[in-house]
Write a protein that binds this ligand. Structure first.
Ligand code: AMP
Length: 568
Protein backbone atom coordinates (compact mmCIF):
# COMPACT_ATOMS: atom_id res chain seq x y z
CA UNK A 1 0.00 0.00 0.00
CA UNK A 2 1.16 3.50 -0.82
CA UNK A 3 0.27 6.54 1.27
CA UNK A 4 0.50 10.29 0.80
CA UNK A 5 2.31 12.15 3.57
CA UNK A 6 2.32 15.82 4.41
CA UNK A 7 5.52 16.17 6.43
CA UNK A 8 4.89 19.63 7.84
CA UNK A 9 7.00 22.01 9.91
CA UNK A 10 4.45 22.04 12.72
CA UNK A 11 2.18 19.10 11.96
CA UNK A 12 2.23 16.03 9.77
CA UNK A 13 -0.49 13.78 8.47
CA UNK A 14 -1.02 10.87 6.16
CA UNK A 15 -3.79 9.97 3.74
CA UNK A 16 -4.57 7.11 1.43
CA UNK A 17 -6.83 6.41 -1.52
CA UNK A 18 -9.17 3.45 -1.04
CA UNK A 19 -12.43 2.38 -2.58
CA UNK A 20 -12.59 5.39 -4.81
CA UNK A 21 -11.99 8.04 -2.19
CA UNK A 22 -9.35 9.69 -0.07
CA UNK A 23 -9.21 8.90 3.63
CA UNK A 24 -7.19 10.79 6.19
CA UNK A 25 -5.45 8.20 8.33
CA UNK A 26 -6.10 8.47 12.05
CA UNK A 27 -3.10 8.05 14.32
CA UNK A 28 -2.77 5.92 17.46
CA UNK A 29 -4.64 8.56 19.45
CA UNK A 30 -7.47 8.59 16.94
CA UNK A 31 -6.40 12.02 15.67
CA UNK A 32 -5.76 13.12 12.11
CA UNK A 33 -2.86 15.41 12.95
CA UNK A 34 0.47 14.30 14.38
CA UNK A 35 2.60 17.24 15.58
CA UNK A 36 6.08 17.14 13.99
CA UNK A 37 7.73 16.94 17.38
CA UNK A 38 10.14 14.30 18.70
CA UNK A 39 11.27 13.64 22.29
CA UNK A 40 13.64 11.05 23.68
CA UNK A 41 12.78 10.21 27.28
CA UNK A 42 15.18 9.09 30.03
CA UNK A 43 14.77 5.45 28.92
CA UNK A 44 15.77 6.19 25.32
CA UNK A 45 12.17 5.85 24.23
CA UNK A 46 11.31 7.87 21.16
CA UNK A 47 8.08 9.83 21.56
CA UNK A 48 6.46 11.41 18.54
CA UNK A 49 3.56 13.79 18.01
CA UNK A 50 1.08 14.82 20.69
CA UNK A 51 2.92 12.81 23.34
CA UNK A 52 6.24 14.48 22.50
CA UNK A 53 4.54 17.86 22.49
CA UNK A 54 3.14 17.26 25.96
CA UNK A 55 6.43 15.79 27.21
CA UNK A 56 8.32 18.72 25.68
CA UNK A 57 6.52 21.30 27.79
CA UNK A 58 8.14 19.95 30.93
CA UNK A 59 11.25 18.54 29.20
CA UNK A 60 12.21 21.00 26.47
CA UNK A 61 15.85 19.85 26.56
CA UNK A 62 14.73 16.35 25.53
CA UNK A 63 12.50 17.54 22.71
CA UNK A 64 13.02 18.78 19.16
CA UNK A 65 10.55 20.67 16.96
CA UNK A 66 10.59 22.82 13.80
CA UNK A 67 13.41 20.71 12.36
CA UNK A 68 12.02 20.74 8.82
CA UNK A 69 13.70 24.11 8.34
CA UNK A 70 17.08 22.40 8.72
CA UNK A 71 16.47 19.57 6.23
CA UNK A 72 19.48 19.03 3.99
CA UNK A 73 21.84 20.97 6.27
CA UNK A 74 24.49 19.72 8.67
CA UNK A 75 22.71 21.29 11.65
CA UNK A 76 22.32 18.84 14.50
CA UNK A 77 19.70 18.94 17.23
CA UNK A 78 20.60 18.01 20.79
CA UNK A 79 17.88 15.89 22.31
CA UNK A 80 18.82 14.80 25.84
CA UNK A 81 22.20 13.07 25.56
CA UNK A 82 21.71 12.46 21.85
CA UNK A 83 22.17 14.46 18.77
CA UNK A 84 20.23 14.07 15.51
CA UNK A 85 20.05 15.59 12.05
CA UNK A 86 16.79 17.03 10.74
CA UNK A 87 16.36 14.04 8.44
CA UNK A 88 16.78 11.59 11.32
CA UNK A 89 14.18 13.45 13.39
CA UNK A 90 11.87 13.54 10.37
CA UNK A 91 12.37 9.81 9.94
CA UNK A 92 10.96 9.27 13.47
CA UNK A 93 7.84 11.21 12.51
CA UNK A 94 7.54 9.23 9.27
CA UNK A 95 7.98 5.95 11.10
CA UNK A 96 5.20 6.86 13.49
CA UNK A 97 2.90 7.79 10.59
CA UNK A 98 3.79 4.56 8.79
CA UNK A 99 3.00 2.42 11.86
CA UNK A 100 -0.30 4.23 12.38
CA UNK A 101 -1.20 3.77 8.72
CA UNK A 102 -0.43 0.04 8.90
CA UNK A 103 -2.67 -0.32 11.93
CA UNK A 104 -5.42 1.78 10.36
CA UNK A 105 -5.32 -0.01 7.01
CA UNK A 106 -4.55 -3.46 8.32
CA UNK A 107 -1.81 -3.96 5.77
CA UNK A 108 1.87 -3.20 5.23
CA UNK A 109 2.77 0.26 3.99
CA UNK A 110 6.02 0.29 2.09
CA UNK A 111 5.77 3.25 -0.22
CA UNK A 112 4.92 6.91 0.16
CA UNK A 113 4.61 10.14 -1.72
CA UNK A 114 5.88 12.90 0.53
CA UNK A 115 5.21 16.58 0.07
CA UNK A 116 7.78 19.36 0.39
CA UNK A 117 7.56 23.14 0.02
CA UNK A 118 7.92 24.09 -3.65
CA UNK A 119 10.89 26.21 -2.72
CA UNK A 120 12.86 23.31 -1.26
CA UNK A 121 16.13 22.90 -3.14
CA UNK A 122 17.55 19.65 -4.36
CA UNK A 123 19.43 18.98 -1.11
CA UNK A 124 16.32 19.45 0.99
CA UNK A 125 14.35 17.16 -1.32
CA UNK A 126 17.02 14.46 -1.18
CA UNK A 127 17.11 14.73 2.63
CA UNK A 128 13.35 14.10 2.62
CA UNK A 129 13.83 10.96 0.53
CA UNK A 130 16.53 9.82 2.97
CA UNK A 131 14.24 10.43 5.94
CA UNK A 132 11.74 8.14 4.23
CA UNK A 133 14.37 5.46 3.72
CA UNK A 134 15.37 5.62 7.39
CA UNK A 135 11.72 4.98 8.24
CA UNK A 136 11.70 1.97 5.88
CA UNK A 137 9.56 3.79 3.33
CA UNK A 138 10.31 3.88 -0.36
CA UNK A 139 9.64 7.45 -1.43
CA UNK A 140 8.22 7.02 -4.89
CA UNK A 141 7.81 10.71 -5.46
CA UNK A 142 8.33 14.05 -3.83
CA UNK A 143 5.41 16.34 -4.57
CA UNK A 144 5.34 20.11 -4.15
CA UNK A 145 2.89 21.09 -1.43
CA UNK A 146 1.07 23.73 -3.53
CA UNK A 147 0.70 21.29 -6.41
CA UNK A 148 -0.79 18.77 -3.99
CA UNK A 149 -3.18 21.45 -2.71
CA UNK A 150 -4.24 22.35 -6.23
CA UNK A 151 -4.91 18.68 -7.02
CA UNK A 152 -6.89 18.29 -3.79
CA UNK A 153 -8.90 21.42 -4.54
CA UNK A 154 -9.72 19.95 -7.92
CA UNK A 155 -8.01 22.43 -10.22
CA UNK A 156 -8.65 21.09 -13.69
CA UNK A 157 -11.47 18.84 -12.59
CA UNK A 158 -13.92 20.70 -14.78
CA UNK A 159 -11.70 19.87 -17.72
CA UNK A 160 -11.06 23.47 -18.64
CA UNK A 161 -7.73 25.19 -18.44
CA UNK A 162 -7.16 27.14 -15.24
CA UNK A 163 -4.44 29.36 -13.90
CA UNK A 164 -4.10 29.61 -10.20
CA UNK A 165 -1.85 30.98 -7.54
CA UNK A 166 -1.41 28.85 -4.46
CA UNK A 167 -0.62 30.90 -1.39
CA UNK A 168 0.71 28.57 1.29
CA UNK A 169 1.55 29.97 4.70
CA UNK A 170 2.55 27.15 7.00
CA UNK A 171 4.05 27.22 10.48
CA UNK A 172 7.53 28.09 9.33
CA UNK A 173 7.55 28.58 5.59
CA UNK A 174 5.77 30.64 2.99
CA UNK A 175 5.41 29.51 -0.61
CA UNK A 176 3.75 31.02 -3.62
CA UNK A 177 3.25 28.90 -6.70
CA UNK A 178 1.72 29.85 -10.01
CA UNK A 179 0.26 26.81 -11.73
CA UNK A 180 -1.62 26.14 -14.88
CA UNK A 181 -3.77 23.16 -15.59
CA UNK A 182 -4.22 22.46 -19.27
CA UNK A 183 -5.32 19.19 -20.86
CA UNK A 184 -4.38 16.92 -17.98
CA UNK A 185 -1.09 18.63 -17.39
CA UNK A 186 -0.50 20.54 -14.19
CA UNK A 187 2.35 22.83 -15.00
CA UNK A 188 4.21 24.77 -12.38
CA UNK A 189 4.90 28.14 -13.96
CA UNK A 190 6.82 29.72 -11.17
CA UNK A 191 7.63 29.36 -7.53
CA UNK A 192 8.79 31.90 -5.02
CA UNK A 193 8.82 31.99 -1.28
CA UNK A 194 10.38 32.80 1.99
CA UNK A 195 11.77 29.87 3.94
CA UNK A 196 11.86 31.96 7.08
CA UNK A 197 8.34 33.31 7.26
CA UNK A 198 5.36 31.47 8.70
CA UNK A 199 2.54 31.38 11.23
CA UNK A 200 5.07 31.25 14.05
CA UNK A 201 6.32 34.72 13.20
CA UNK A 202 2.76 35.98 13.64
CA UNK A 203 2.66 34.24 17.04
CA UNK A 204 5.95 35.93 17.93
CA UNK A 205 4.42 39.39 17.38
CA UNK A 206 1.65 38.68 19.91
CA UNK A 207 4.26 37.29 22.28
CA UNK A 208 6.26 40.53 21.99
CA UNK A 209 3.13 42.65 22.49
CA UNK A 210 2.33 40.66 25.61
CA UNK A 211 5.86 40.98 26.99
CA UNK A 212 5.82 44.76 26.49
CA UNK A 213 2.43 45.22 28.14
CA UNK A 214 2.97 42.89 31.05
CA UNK A 215 6.36 44.40 31.83
CA UNK A 216 7.87 40.92 32.08
CA UNK A 217 11.57 40.69 31.31
CA UNK A 218 12.41 37.95 28.83
CA UNK A 219 15.87 37.56 30.34
CA UNK A 220 14.51 37.17 33.85
CA UNK A 221 12.02 34.35 33.29
CA UNK A 222 12.68 30.68 32.75
CA UNK A 223 12.73 28.93 29.40
CA UNK A 224 9.67 26.95 30.47
CA UNK A 225 7.69 30.04 31.34
CA UNK A 226 8.64 31.52 27.98
CA UNK A 227 7.26 28.41 26.32
CA UNK A 228 4.02 28.74 28.30
CA UNK A 229 3.67 32.31 27.13
CA UNK A 230 4.41 31.36 23.52
CA UNK A 231 1.78 28.65 23.71
CA UNK A 232 -0.72 31.13 25.15
CA UNK A 233 0.20 33.60 22.38
CA UNK A 234 -0.51 30.96 19.75
CA UNK A 235 -3.90 30.14 21.29
CA UNK A 236 -4.65 33.85 21.44
CA UNK A 237 -3.70 34.25 17.76
CA UNK A 238 -5.96 31.35 16.76
CA UNK A 239 -8.88 32.80 18.73
CA UNK A 240 -8.82 35.85 16.45
CA UNK A 241 -10.66 33.57 14.00
CA UNK A 242 -13.74 33.88 16.23
CA UNK A 243 -13.45 37.35 17.68
CA UNK A 244 -11.83 40.74 17.14
CA UNK A 245 -10.52 40.70 20.69
CA UNK A 246 -8.24 37.99 22.07
CA UNK A 247 -6.73 37.43 25.47
CA UNK A 248 -3.49 36.06 26.86
CA UNK A 249 -3.91 34.82 30.38
CA UNK A 250 -0.88 33.33 32.18
CA UNK A 251 0.44 32.82 35.68
CA UNK A 252 4.17 33.28 36.09
CA UNK A 253 5.36 32.26 39.52
CA UNK A 254 2.38 33.23 41.62
CA UNK A 255 1.45 36.34 39.69
CA UNK A 256 -1.34 36.31 37.18
CA UNK A 257 -1.10 38.34 33.98
CA UNK A 258 -4.06 39.04 31.71
CA UNK A 259 -3.77 41.17 28.60
CA UNK A 260 -6.30 41.61 25.84
CA UNK A 261 -5.53 42.61 22.28
CA UNK A 262 -7.61 44.18 19.52
CA UNK A 263 -7.33 42.62 16.09
CA UNK A 264 -6.77 46.09 14.56
CA UNK A 265 -3.77 46.86 16.79
CA UNK A 266 -2.39 43.39 16.14
CA UNK A 267 -2.76 43.93 12.41
CA UNK A 268 -0.85 47.18 12.68
CA UNK A 269 2.01 45.46 14.49
CA UNK A 270 2.05 42.73 11.82
CA UNK A 271 2.38 45.33 9.04
CA UNK A 272 6.00 44.46 8.30
CA UNK A 273 5.32 40.70 8.29
CA UNK A 274 2.30 41.18 6.02
CA UNK A 275 4.41 43.28 3.64
CA UNK A 276 6.85 40.38 3.39
CA UNK A 277 4.04 38.36 1.79
CA UNK A 278 3.97 40.71 -1.18
CA UNK A 279 7.42 40.13 -2.68
CA UNK A 280 7.11 36.38 -3.35
CA UNK A 281 3.67 36.97 -4.97
CA UNK A 282 5.14 39.60 -7.28
CA UNK A 283 8.21 37.51 -8.01
CA UNK A 284 6.19 34.40 -8.90
CA UNK A 285 3.82 36.35 -11.18
CA UNK A 286 6.72 38.16 -12.77
CA UNK A 287 8.62 34.93 -13.44
CA UNK A 288 5.46 33.31 -14.81
CA UNK A 289 5.08 36.40 -17.02
CA UNK A 290 1.46 36.85 -16.08
CA UNK A 291 -0.44 39.49 -14.16
CA UNK A 292 -2.98 39.18 -11.37
CA UNK A 293 -5.75 39.66 -13.93
CA UNK A 294 -4.70 36.48 -15.72
CA UNK A 295 -5.39 34.36 -12.65
CA UNK A 296 -8.59 32.35 -12.38
CA UNK A 297 -8.13 31.58 -8.73
CA UNK A 298 -6.07 32.26 -5.63
CA UNK A 299 -6.03 29.28 -3.29
CA UNK A 300 -5.13 29.80 0.36
CA UNK A 301 -3.60 26.89 2.18
CA UNK A 302 -1.50 26.24 5.29
CA UNK A 303 -2.65 26.90 8.84
CA UNK A 304 -1.32 30.47 8.74
CA UNK A 305 -3.97 31.52 6.20
CA UNK A 306 -6.67 30.98 8.83
CA UNK A 307 -5.57 34.29 10.27
CA UNK A 308 -8.09 36.83 8.98
CA UNK A 309 -5.50 39.60 8.63
CA UNK A 310 -3.60 37.40 6.18
CA UNK A 311 -6.72 36.68 4.13
CA UNK A 312 -7.65 40.38 4.14
CA UNK A 313 -4.18 41.29 3.01
CA UNK A 314 -4.43 38.94 0.03
CA UNK A 315 -7.92 40.16 -0.85
CA UNK A 316 -6.87 43.83 -0.70
CA UNK A 317 -3.64 43.41 -2.58
CA UNK A 318 -4.74 40.95 -5.23
CA UNK A 319 -8.15 42.48 -5.91
CA UNK A 320 -9.78 39.06 -5.85
CA UNK A 321 -11.63 36.96 -3.30
CA UNK A 322 -9.19 34.18 -2.41
CA UNK A 323 -10.54 30.66 -1.89
CA UNK A 324 -9.71 29.22 1.51
CA UNK A 325 -9.35 25.49 1.22
CA UNK A 326 -11.83 23.84 3.55
CA UNK A 327 -9.30 22.09 5.73
CA UNK A 328 -5.98 23.74 5.00
CA UNK A 329 -4.23 21.24 7.24
CA UNK A 330 -5.54 18.30 5.24
CA UNK A 331 -5.35 19.43 1.63
CA UNK A 332 -1.69 18.66 1.06
CA UNK A 333 -2.02 15.09 2.36
CA UNK A 334 -5.20 14.65 0.29
CA UNK A 335 -3.36 15.85 -2.83
CA UNK A 336 -0.45 13.50 -2.10
CA UNK A 337 -2.89 10.58 -1.67
CA UNK A 338 -4.59 11.46 -4.97
CA UNK A 339 -1.17 11.48 -6.59
CA UNK A 340 -0.63 7.94 -5.19
CA UNK A 341 -3.85 6.86 -6.89
CA UNK A 342 -2.77 8.51 -10.14
CA UNK A 343 0.58 6.80 -9.95
CA UNK A 344 -1.15 3.48 -9.41
CA UNK A 345 -3.33 4.34 -12.39
CA UNK A 346 -6.48 3.85 -10.37
CA UNK A 347 -9.31 3.46 -12.87
CA UNK A 348 -11.53 5.89 -10.96
CA UNK A 349 -9.15 8.75 -11.20
CA UNK A 350 -7.76 10.57 -14.19
CA UNK A 351 -4.04 11.10 -14.20
CA UNK A 352 -2.73 14.62 -13.97
CA UNK A 353 0.81 14.88 -15.23
CA UNK A 354 2.94 17.13 -13.07
CA UNK A 355 5.76 19.21 -14.40
CA UNK A 356 8.38 20.99 -12.38
CA UNK A 357 10.65 24.00 -12.70
CA UNK A 358 14.28 24.60 -11.85
CA UNK A 359 14.38 26.86 -8.81
CA UNK A 360 17.69 28.65 -9.62
CA UNK A 361 19.24 30.26 -12.70
CA UNK A 362 22.14 28.43 -14.33
CA UNK A 363 24.71 30.38 -16.29
CA UNK A 364 28.34 31.09 -16.99
CA UNK A 365 30.95 33.82 -16.56
CA UNK A 366 31.84 36.13 -19.47
CA UNK A 367 33.72 39.33 -20.21
CA UNK A 368 31.32 41.96 -21.50
CA UNK A 369 32.69 44.28 -24.17
CA UNK A 370 30.52 47.38 -24.41
CA UNK A 371 32.42 48.87 -27.34
CA UNK A 372 34.69 51.19 -25.36
CA UNK A 373 35.86 48.99 -22.47
CA UNK A 374 35.64 45.45 -21.16
CA UNK A 375 33.81 44.41 -17.99
CA UNK A 376 35.16 41.11 -16.60
CA UNK A 377 33.34 38.67 -14.32
CA UNK A 378 29.84 39.23 -15.70
CA UNK A 379 27.18 36.52 -15.22
CA UNK A 380 25.49 35.26 -18.38
CA UNK A 381 22.27 33.35 -17.51
CA UNK A 382 21.61 30.35 -19.76
CA UNK A 383 18.66 28.61 -18.09
CA UNK A 384 16.61 31.17 -16.18
CA UNK A 385 15.08 30.21 -12.84
CA UNK A 386 11.53 28.87 -13.01
CA UNK A 387 12.05 27.36 -16.45
CA UNK A 388 10.00 24.18 -16.81
CA UNK A 389 12.24 21.10 -16.70
CA UNK A 390 13.40 19.05 -18.58
CA UNK A 391 14.99 21.84 -20.59
CA UNK A 392 17.92 22.40 -22.91
CA UNK A 393 19.26 25.89 -23.73
CA UNK A 394 22.16 27.11 -25.89
CA UNK A 395 24.26 30.30 -25.83
CA UNK A 396 27.10 31.31 -28.12
CA UNK A 397 30.15 32.94 -26.54
CA UNK A 398 33.24 34.24 -28.40
CA UNK A 399 36.97 34.32 -27.76
CA UNK A 400 37.85 37.35 -25.63
CA UNK A 401 41.51 37.89 -26.62
CA UNK A 402 43.67 37.79 -29.75
CA UNK A 403 45.35 34.41 -30.24
CA UNK A 404 43.49 32.85 -27.33
CA UNK A 405 44.33 29.11 -27.16
CA UNK A 406 41.75 27.88 -24.66
CA UNK A 407 38.27 28.80 -23.61
CA UNK A 408 37.27 28.02 -20.04
CA UNK A 409 33.55 27.79 -19.37
CA UNK A 410 32.53 28.08 -15.70
CA UNK A 411 29.19 26.49 -14.78
CA UNK A 412 27.46 28.68 -12.24
CA UNK A 413 24.16 28.68 -10.35
CA UNK A 414 22.53 31.76 -8.87
CA UNK A 415 20.87 35.08 -9.53
CA UNK A 416 23.66 37.64 -9.05
CA UNK A 417 24.80 39.87 -11.92
CA UNK A 418 28.34 39.38 -10.65
CA UNK A 419 29.58 35.91 -11.61
CA UNK A 420 31.74 35.47 -8.48
CA UNK A 421 28.69 35.85 -6.22
CA UNK A 422 27.06 32.77 -7.70
CA UNK A 423 27.65 29.14 -6.79
CA UNK A 424 30.41 27.41 -8.75
CA UNK A 425 29.27 23.97 -9.93
CA UNK A 426 32.08 22.97 -12.30
CA UNK A 427 34.01 23.99 -15.41
CA UNK A 428 34.95 22.87 -18.93
CA UNK A 429 37.96 23.86 -21.00
CA UNK A 430 38.25 23.51 -24.80
CA UNK A 431 41.06 24.25 -27.19
CA UNK A 432 40.39 26.87 -29.89
CA UNK A 433 42.40 27.70 -33.02
CA UNK A 434 44.38 30.94 -32.52
CA UNK A 435 43.03 34.03 -34.30
CA UNK A 436 41.77 37.54 -33.68
CA UNK A 437 39.54 38.17 -30.65
CA UNK A 438 35.87 37.38 -31.26
CA UNK A 439 36.57 35.12 -34.26
CA UNK A 440 35.93 31.75 -32.65
CA UNK A 441 32.38 30.99 -31.64
CA UNK A 442 31.77 28.48 -28.83
CA UNK A 443 28.35 27.00 -28.28
CA UNK A 444 27.49 26.35 -24.63
CA UNK A 445 24.55 24.01 -24.04
CA UNK A 446 22.99 23.33 -20.64
CA UNK A 447 20.52 20.49 -20.28
CA UNK A 448 18.60 20.09 -17.04
CA UNK A 449 16.73 16.81 -16.74
CA UNK A 450 13.70 15.87 -14.63
CA UNK A 451 15.89 14.54 -11.82
CA UNK A 452 17.69 17.87 -11.55
CA UNK A 453 20.86 16.59 -13.20
CA UNK A 454 22.64 19.26 -15.17
CA UNK A 455 24.62 18.38 -18.26
CA UNK A 456 26.90 21.03 -19.74
CA UNK A 457 28.44 20.82 -23.19
CA UNK A 458 30.79 23.20 -25.01
CA UNK A 459 31.44 22.97 -28.71
CA UNK A 460 33.90 24.97 -30.81
CA UNK A 461 31.84 25.61 -33.92
CA UNK A 462 34.79 25.92 -36.34
CA UNK A 463 36.45 22.62 -35.36
CA UNK A 464 33.55 20.67 -33.92
CA UNK A 465 35.60 19.85 -30.77
CA UNK A 466 33.21 19.07 -27.94
CA UNK A 467 33.57 18.68 -24.13
CA UNK A 468 30.83 17.46 -21.84
CA UNK A 469 30.25 17.12 -18.10
CA UNK A 470 27.34 15.92 -15.95
CA UNK A 471 26.89 17.79 -12.72
CA UNK A 472 24.94 16.28 -9.88
CA UNK A 473 24.34 19.55 -8.10
CA UNK A 474 24.49 17.46 -4.97
CA UNK A 475 27.14 15.93 -2.79
CA UNK A 476 27.93 12.32 -3.44
CA UNK A 477 25.21 9.83 -2.64
CA UNK A 478 25.31 8.01 0.68
CA UNK A 479 26.73 4.54 0.08
CA UNK A 480 24.93 1.37 1.17
CA UNK A 481 27.41 0.81 4.02
CA UNK A 482 26.97 4.39 5.20
CA UNK A 483 23.22 3.89 5.19
CA UNK A 484 23.59 0.67 7.19
CA UNK A 485 25.85 2.25 9.80
CA UNK A 486 23.47 5.16 10.18
CA UNK A 487 20.57 2.76 10.76
CA UNK A 488 22.70 0.91 13.31
CA UNK A 489 23.46 4.16 15.11
CA UNK A 490 19.73 4.68 15.61
CA UNK A 491 19.08 1.09 16.68
CA UNK A 492 19.48 1.66 20.41
CA UNK A 493 16.34 3.77 20.37
CA UNK A 494 13.13 2.10 21.35
CA UNK A 495 9.83 3.27 20.00
CA UNK A 496 7.09 3.65 22.51
CA UNK A 497 4.54 0.80 22.19
CA UNK A 498 1.48 2.10 20.36
CA UNK A 499 -1.02 0.77 22.86
CA UNK A 500 0.58 2.62 25.80
CA UNK A 501 0.49 5.95 24.08
CA UNK A 502 -2.91 7.17 25.26
CA UNK A 503 -2.16 6.39 28.92
CA UNK A 504 1.22 8.01 28.65
CA UNK A 505 -0.23 11.13 27.10
CA UNK A 506 -2.82 11.58 29.84
CA UNK A 507 -0.17 11.10 32.55
CA UNK A 508 2.15 13.63 30.92
CA UNK A 509 -0.70 16.07 30.56
CA UNK A 510 -1.60 15.59 34.21
CA UNK A 511 2.02 16.32 35.19
CA UNK A 512 1.95 19.56 33.25
CA UNK A 513 -1.45 20.77 34.42
CA UNK A 514 -0.39 19.92 38.00
CA UNK A 515 2.59 22.24 37.64
CA UNK A 516 0.37 24.94 36.21
CA UNK A 517 -2.25 24.62 38.96
CA UNK A 518 -2.44 25.38 42.67
CA UNK A 519 -3.89 23.98 45.92
CA UNK A 520 -7.19 22.08 45.56
CA UNK A 521 -6.80 21.41 41.86
CA UNK A 522 -3.41 19.85 42.48
CA UNK A 523 -4.90 17.52 45.07
CA UNK A 524 -7.64 16.43 42.72
CA UNK A 525 -5.16 15.72 39.93
CA UNK A 526 -2.86 13.85 42.28
CA UNK A 527 -5.62 11.57 43.56
CA UNK A 528 -6.74 10.60 40.07
CA UNK A 529 -3.15 10.11 38.85
CA UNK A 530 -2.48 7.74 41.77
CA UNK A 531 -5.67 5.79 41.09
CA UNK A 532 -4.77 5.54 37.40
CA UNK A 533 -1.22 4.42 38.22
CA UNK A 534 -2.57 1.69 40.51
CA UNK A 535 -5.07 0.56 37.88
CA UNK A 536 -2.26 0.44 35.30
CA UNK A 537 -0.06 -1.60 37.65
CA UNK A 538 -2.94 -4.01 38.30
CA UNK A 539 -3.83 -4.07 34.60
CA UNK A 540 -7.42 -3.37 35.68
CA UNK A 541 -8.86 -2.44 32.28
CA UNK A 542 -12.22 -1.20 33.57
CA UNK A 543 -10.62 0.93 36.28
CA UNK A 544 -8.07 2.30 33.79
CA UNK A 545 -10.83 3.44 31.44
CA UNK A 546 -13.00 4.98 34.17
CA UNK A 547 -10.12 6.84 35.82
CA UNK A 548 -8.66 7.97 32.53
CA UNK A 549 -12.01 9.43 31.56
CA UNK A 550 -12.36 11.23 34.89
CA UNK A 551 -8.83 12.57 34.76
CA UNK A 552 -9.25 13.76 31.16
CA UNK A 553 -12.46 15.56 32.09
CA UNK A 554 -10.77 17.25 35.01
CA UNK A 555 -7.80 18.32 32.87
CA UNK A 556 -10.15 19.59 30.14
CA UNK A 557 -12.05 21.60 32.71
CA UNK A 558 -8.88 23.11 34.16
CA UNK A 559 -7.48 23.82 30.70
CA UNK A 560 -10.54 25.57 29.34
CA UNK A 561 -9.91 28.21 31.98
CA UNK A 562 -12.91 27.54 34.21
CA UNK A 563 -10.46 27.55 37.01
CA UNK A 564 -8.85 30.74 38.24
CA UNK A 565 -5.41 29.29 38.71
CA UNK A 566 -5.12 27.86 35.27
CA UNK A 567 -2.33 29.08 33.04
CA UNK A 568 -3.71 29.62 29.54
P1 AMP B 1 0.71 24.27 9.03
O1 AMP B 1 2.21 24.15 9.02
O2 AMP B 1 0.14 24.47 7.68
O3 AMP B 1 0.02 23.22 9.84
O4 AMP B 1 0.41 25.66 9.80
C1 AMP B 1 0.67 25.82 11.13
C2 AMP B 1 0.48 27.28 11.51
O5 AMP B 1 -0.90 27.65 11.35
C3 AMP B 1 0.84 27.57 12.95
O6 AMP B 1 1.66 28.73 13.01
C4 AMP B 1 -0.51 27.82 13.60
O7 AMP B 1 -0.39 28.75 14.69
C5 AMP B 1 -1.30 28.40 12.46
N1 AMP B 1 -2.76 28.27 12.68
C6 AMP B 1 -3.48 27.13 12.82
N2 AMP B 1 -4.78 27.42 13.06
C7 AMP B 1 -4.89 28.76 13.07
C8 AMP B 1 -5.99 29.71 13.29
N3 AMP B 1 -7.23 29.29 13.54
N4 AMP B 1 -5.71 31.03 13.22
C9 AMP B 1 -4.45 31.46 12.98
N5 AMP B 1 -3.38 30.64 12.77
C10 AMP B 1 -3.59 29.31 12.83
Amino acid sequence: MKIGIDLGTTNSLAACYRNGKVEIIRNRLGKKITPSIVSIDENDHVLVGETAKEYGILHPERTAAVFKRAMGTSKSFDVGEHSFSAEELSSFVLRSLKEDAEEYLGEKVEEAIISVPAYFNDKQRKATVKAGELAALKVSRIINEPTASAIAYGVGEKGKSERCLVFDLGGGTFDVTVLEYYRNIMEVYAIAGDNFLGGEDFTRILFEMFMERSGLDQEAISFRDLKFILKAAEQCKCSFSESDVAVINVTIGTKKYTESFQLSEYELRCKELLERLRKPIEKALNDARISLNDLDEILLTGGGTRLSIVKDYVRRNCGMEPVSLADPEETVAIGAALQCAMKDRDAQIEEVILTDVCPFTLGTEVIRDNGSFEIPGVYLPIIERNTVIPVSRKQIVYTAKDDQRYVNVKILQGESRIAANNLFLGELTVEVPPGPKGKEAIEVTYTYDIDALLEAEVKVLSTGVTRKVVIHDEEREESESEKASRLKRLEYLKFNPREDEENMLVMLRADRVYEESLSEDRKEIEELVETLQNALNDKNILMIEITKKKLTELLDELETGKNDHFVA
